[in-house]
Design a protein around this ligand. Structure first.
Ligand code: FPP
Length: 247
């Protein structure tokens, strides 16, 4: 029996976030360049998005490019930017056919102008789809997002008369890039690294963390199903005791 058959469809996470890691190491194992690894990583993006939509996951968020990734060699950054745009444009039809809405979070204005425009166009072309929201985190880091939220709270004209007590967790969440989505219940990271790397720090407060040694270009639907089965084996307590949860 495969992992898919073991999934309890009544207990699916509504939002899964993924740190796609290991493209460079996978490429090195083949004696190829890092860019070759990123190109193959696109297949895993497709597999994962397809698997998530088929299962009925509401939100899939992929960490595609961090704020820190801008410091990689220019050649690699340029290749990644081209790959993002080409892939997104190539997949518009599939996204629409499968009723998937594309979304992006991060400091999107820092993307090269052409990339930004094409990304916005694709987001616009898929805006009416409502089966699943596929969010790409691009030029994203959680500390940037949180700092930006604080700036916007202070500069927002509506807040000029605000009292400190009015700043609740809910109020603050509304200023994050993810204000229109639920928090992820499951965070997957590939490649064996056990770090969060500045991804969704606020939103993963209660997420289950799943680390797999599989390198991203080798990550398949079956690996995705395995992560969900593992998630479903855990008891989510949210600070309560096991006895409280069971009663
Ligand atoms: C991390 O692996 C991966 C990235 C920085 C880029 C992720 C991009 C893709 C999977 C390509 C396509 C994506 C979309 C959304 C179209 P790494 O380079 O850090 O690998 P390493 O740790 O082995 O060096």
């Amino acid at each position: 029996m495969g992992f898919k058959e073991k999934i309890n469809l009544d207990n699916l996470p509504n939002h899964i976030a993924v740190i796609m890691d290991g493209n460079g190491r996978w490429a090195a194992k083949q004696g190829e360049s890092r860019v070759f690894g990123h190109e193959h990583g696109v297949n895993s993006v497709r597999e994962t998005a397809e698997a998530a939509a088929e299962l009925g996951i509401g939100y899939l968020t992929l960490y595609a490019f961090s704020t820190e990734n801008w410091n990689r060699p220019k050649f690699e950054v340029d290749a990644l930017m081209t790959l993002f745009v080409d892939t997104i444009q190539r997949e518009i039809e599939t996204l629409n056919k499968n009723n998937i809405r594309l979304n992006a979070i991060g400091d999107l204005k820092s993307l090269p102008g052409e990339n930004y425009r094409k990304l916005m166009d694709t987001i616009d072309e898929t805006r009416n789809n409502d089966r699943m929201v596929l969010t790409l985190a691009m030029s994203y880091s959680a500390r940037w997002e949180i700092t930006e939220a604080v700036r916007r709270i202070i500069t927002d004209k509506e807040n000029q008369q605000l009292n400190a007590e009015e700043i609740t967790e809910n109020f603050f969440s509304n200023y994050l890039n993810t204000n229109d989505m639920p928090d992820p219940e499951l965070l997957i990271r590939t490649s064996g690294e056990k770090r969060i790397s500045n991804f969704l720090l606020w939103q993963i407060a209660y997420a289950e963390l799943y680390f797999t040694p599989i390198l991203w270009p080798e990550f398949t639907k079956e690996d995705f199903y395995e992560a969900i089965v593992n998630y479903q084996s855990r008891e989510r307590r949210f600070g309560l005791t096991s006895e409280q949860i069971k009663s």
